[in-house]
Design a protein around this ligand. Structure first.
Ligand SMILES: NC(=O)c1ccc[n+]([C@@H]2O[C@H](COP(=O)([O-])OP(=O)(O)OC[C@H]3O[C@@H](n4cnc5c(N)ncnc54)[C@H](O)[C@@H]3O)[C@@H](O)[C@H]2O)c1
Length: 306
């Protein structure tokens, strides 16, 4: 079996939230590539770097890695500050986007990435549910048709590379091709995920892909059980933990994913399929309205304020 080289000498990571930071971490530590880390918020970048230091320290303390490896990994991270914008990612051979789960936001970002970065930079999205085909189409240069040389070439380097949370722990990456994605882009993106120490599965570009088309209806049903008073929060989670051997219950898992992200994924499933079985629960919508976003905001189904 021939091994495809990913050829990534420098990686760009866009978004320094829980996923972007995790992707930067495995890329620097496992794939050993220099990482340019960018976010629009310097507070988020600072929070991300603090988390990375903590994760590296923990791995050293547990004897999983040597202190020199941790230092080398940390030294591979370069911050691209908000003022520098996306052009600060120009030296990357591949950019992995991990900003909030919103189609208009991702379309705007991919359009700008395509305009500001070299034409052969691989553009990957860590989206949980959004159409890679729509994201890829947003990279067609302004004024060009989808059938022009540039209109064909630019979307061909866009791919879905879906890591799981927490990235340093979860073994899987889901690989998603848009209808425009080239085989070379797929092969290189897959090789990079493997270099990060991950196993790779492939999914068609359908709303939620395999992972969230299965997981989100399950989480939504759990929230509806709570909403209808079928059982308490603790009994719902305990049922799945002790009865089905899940490592955590669905309500706690929703908190860990982020309730805003869960809602956005459910809306993509609902709007993308038109199937009422995917309609998000009212309780989830209300919690997101209240900015109760789960672990990342300190309050969700559980309290994380300390
Ligand atoms: N949370 C999960 O369990 C999980 C799992 C797999 C995939 N994902 C996907 O990963 C992506 C990020 O999720 P997350 O959980 O890390 O979210 P998050 O809320 O923790 O982080 C999002 C980050 O994006 C940044 N951002 C927003 N707009 C930006 C812009 N215009 N330019 C630069 N940065 C911008 C924010 O400042 C924030 O730091 C989403 O697409 C999500 O669906 C999430």
């Amino acid at each position: 079996m021939s091994v495809v080289a990913h050829g990534i000498r420098t990686l760009g990571v866009l978004g320094s939230g829980q996923m972007g930071l995790g992707i930067a971490y495995v890329s620097a530590l496992r794939a050993k590539v220099p990482v340019l880390l960018h976010d629009r918020s310097s507070v988020q970048i600072q929070k991300g770097l603090e988390l990375m230091d903590k994760l590296l320290e923990k791995d050293v303390a547990k004897g999983k890695i040597k202190a020199e490896e941790a230092k080398e990994a940390r030294d591979r991270i370069t911050v691209v500050p908000p003022v520098q914008g996306l052009s600060g990612l120009r030296d990357a051979d591949m950019v992995i986007e991990a900003v909030s789960e919103s189609l208009p936001l991702k379309q705007a970002i991919f359009s700008r990435l395509a305009a500001e970065l070299p034409s052969d930079t691989i553009l990957a999205s860590n989206t949980s549910s959004i159409s890679i085909t729509k994201i890829a189409a947003s990279t067609i240069p302004e004024g060009q048709s989808s059938a022009s040389k540039e209109g064909l070439q630019s979307p061909a380097r866009v791919v879905g590379l879906h890591f799981f949370n927490p990235v340093p722990v979860m073994k899987l990456v889901e690989l998603i091709a848009a209808i425009q994605t080239s085989q070379e882009t797929m092969d290189r993106a897959k090789a990079f995920a493997i270099a990060c120490g991950k196993e790779v599965t492939s999914s068609q570009d359908v709303p939620g892909f395999v992972s969230n088309a299965l997981l989100m209806p399950f989480i939504n049903e759990a929230i509806m059980c709570l909403e209808k008073g079928v059982a308490t929060r603790d009994d719902i989670d305990k049922t799945l933990k002790l009865g089905m051997n899940h490592p955590m219950g669905p309500l706690q898992l929703a908190d860990f994913i982020g309730l805003d992200t869960c809602l956005a994924i459910q809306q993509t499933l609902y709007n993308g399929t038109g199937d009422s079985k995917y309609r998000p629960s009212v309780l989830l919508e209300r919690m997101v309205d209240a900015q109760w976003l789960g672990k990342k905001s300190g309050k969700g189904f559980y309290d994380y304020s300390d």
